[in-house]
Design a protein around this ligand. Structure first.
Ligand SMILES: [Zn+2]
Ligand SMILES: [Zn+2]
Length: 314
């Protein structure tokens, strides 16, 4: 299961209720901060997440409303927090902008903590035995914009009652069967993995897109996702402005979700010019299972289960 916490859901400038772009994706021991708009460090504190284990930051692109908070966050880490090292992942253009920001804040070439920059290209970024993180290209203003796909690997559930019936003891034998190895019991019986593992179950998929000017190249990556996070800066009435500034309308986002068979659509990056209920209504007319994220909302995304939204207090 993935947990996704929104820390900032406003486009370009903050509003009274919405901070600038930032979100946290959590899976097992991992924490990924996605984007870091101005004010993100205070949002992290208000959300209760704090700075613990926050060492990996993924950037969707290099616009200021997505990166400006890094100056303050790194400064805080250098003064008070026991974080000596962070990783910042993003397209080269975004990383160049962050490096320029760091030069201004801390002095040319000076860094108060170790910052490792990772050039993101489309494809796999990391994986372990149950999870993969990959990047895919997004079209917006400026080069090297990326979205991120968080995917649980398919797995075969262990059927404990079958193992019990076959007399497989609790312990290392069961671990070996889960890994696909046959085991020989004390009485000489050989138990094969197929006897105690259920059919393959796909894992949950969370697709996170930042700002985007078109959805046409996103259909494939969004196909069948359990949750799709994407911007909805404009309503259809502002379609010309959306096109001019390289953003989407709520209806465009919803059409992508509908056409790609996405289960839950989560809209973010809202303009102050609109009411949340109008954004929601425009999208739900196309794709019923749509949410408009608010700051401090938490979403739980698990395979085979309705998405859960937990409203945050902030
Ligand atoms: Zn933006
Ligand atoms: Zn942008």
């Amino acid at each position: 299961m993935f947990e996704l916490v929104f820390l900032g859901t406003s486009a370009s400038a903050p509003s009274i209720h919405r901070g600038l772009s930032a979100a946290m994706v959590m899976y097992k021991e991992y924490r990924f901060l996605i984007d870091c708009g101005e004010g993100t460090q205070r949002q992290l504190l208000r959300s209760g997440l704090g700075f613990r284990r926050l060492s990996r930051i993924l950037l969707t692109h290099g616009h200021l409303d997505h990166i400006l908070g890094l100056g303050g966050l790194v400064s805080t880490f250098s003064r008070w927090e026991a974080i000596e090292h962070i990783e910042i992942w993003g397209g080269r253009w975004a990383l160049n902008r962050v490096e320029m920001l760091m030069d201004v804040v801390f002095g040319r070439g000076q860094r108060p903590i170790e910052i490792e920059f990772y050039d993101v290209n489309a494809g796999g970024l990391m994986e372990d035995d149950s999870f993969t993180l990959s990047a895919f290209p997004v079209i917006h203003r400026g080069p090297g914009c990326f979205g991120y796909a968080f995917e649980e690997k398919p797995r075969r559930p262990f059927l404990a009652e079958k193992a019990d019936a076959l007399g497989v003891p609790r312990g290392t034998e069961r671990g070996r069967l889960v890994r696909g190895e046959a085991v020989t019991l004390a009485d000489g019986t050989v138990v094969h993995p197929d006897e105690v593992l259920g059919p393959v179950q796909p894992g949950a998929r969370l697709i996170f897109v930042g700002d985007a000017s078109t959805t046409k190249n996103l259909r494939q990556v969004a196909q069948g996702a359990d949750a799709l996070v994407i911007e909805a800066t404009y309503l259809e009435e502002g379609r010309d402005l959306a096109r001019k500034f390289g953003h989407l309308t709520a209806r465009q986002a919803a059409r992508l979700a509908r056409d790609a068979g996405v289960k839950a659509l989560i809209l973010t990056h809202l303009s102050r010019r609109y009411y949340e209920r109008d954004v929601l209504a425009e999208a739900q007319a196309v794709h019923a299972n749509t949410f408009v994220a608010r700051d401090f909302d938490t979403f739980q995304i698990a395979k085979g289960r309705e998405i859960q939204r937990i409203r945050g207090e902030g």
